[in-house]
Design a protein around this ligand. Structure first.
Ligand code: GDP
Ligand code: ADP
Ligand code: 5GP
Length: 214
């Protein structure tokens, strides 16, 4: 069923290790009406990652079949693996009036901007190169080779930060989380959305007083 107003599509991107997933998970606790889009990926699961909760983990041949079948709203090769966002899931949620958040790379963000020009995109920067490296190593989820590759690729990812509507520096976690939440809340209060959302209130406020009601 379609809602009176479609939801807003948010994109969050960052170089690997900047703290994107940690920030997004904390944001979703504060703003539980946002739905997180679960991506498909050919990357092997990390320890503790579950099918359908972190990603839909699929083989490369299956991913390629799904590209051909038109499953994806966007897809890209990142750090040597394929990642993609399913069009069906995202569209169904937006049509129900839900806000949807995509954690995707800059290439996917560029594709989404073309397909959904009203999307709102946020880029997360680490406070320094040394700290990015420290976080990637400290997370303990990737092999040294994978970490080197991600550090190497971070320059290209960061060089696209200016294409995003907002940039948040994740130095102090609480401040960065507050910034991210402020962006989401400001977008949700935009006049064009609020005017439709509060149609009944505005109609009541604009009602001409009837004779005898003054
Ligand atoms: P991490 O987020 O850096 O810890 O590592 P991941 O392996 O989870 O993600 C690797 C990269 O793929 C990141 O830049 C993600 O933003 C990106 N990514 C994840 N899902 C998608 C997706 O559905 N589409 C696209 N285009 N990129 C994705
Ligand atoms: P990404 O999703 O961008 O690859 P993660 O969310 O996995 O990054 O975060 C990478 C590591 O950095 C994690 O171990 C996380 O706990 C840590 N981290 C995230 N934000 C901060 C912060 N503001 N200060 C210190 N460590 C952080
Ligand atoms: P990781 O392998 O660490 O989970 O993710 C690495 C990168 O892949 C992240 O920076 C993430 O943004 C990106 N990524 C995850 N899912 C998608 C997706 O569906 N589409 C695109 N384009 N990138 C994704």
């Amino acid at each position: 069923m379609s809602a009176a107003q479609p939801g807003t599509l948010f994109i969050v991107a960052a170089p690997s290790g900047a703290g994107k997933s940690t920030l997004v998970n904390a944001l979703l606790e504060r703003e539980p009406t946002i739905s997180l889009s679960i991506s498909h990926t050919t990357r092997p699961p990390r320890v503790g990652e579950e099918y359908g909760r972190h990603y839909y983990f699929v083989e490369r041949a299956e991913f390629e079949r799904q590209i051909a079948a038109g499953t994806f709203l966007e897809h890209a090769e990142v750090h040597g693996n394929f990642y993609g966002t399913s069009v069906a899931t995202v569209q169904e949620l937006l049509d129900q009036g839900r806000d949807v958040l995509l954690e995707i790379d800059w290439q996917g963000a560029a594709q989404i901007r073309r397909a959904k020009p009203t999307c709102v995109s946020v880029f997360i920067l680490p406070p320094s190169r040394a700290e990015l490296e420290r976080r990637l190593r400290g997370r303990g989820s990737d092999t040294p080779e994978v970490i080197e590759r991600r550090l190497h690729n971070s320059r290209e990812e960061i060089s696209h930060a200016h294409e995003f509507d907002y940039i948040v520096v994740n130095d102090g976690f609480d401040e960065a989380l507050g910034d991210l939440q402020a962006i989401v809340r400001a977008v949700r209060h935009r006049g064009e959305l609020q005017w439709k959302r509060h149609e009944a209130l505005i109609a009541e406020l604009l009602e001409e007083p009837g004779i005898g009601n003054r």
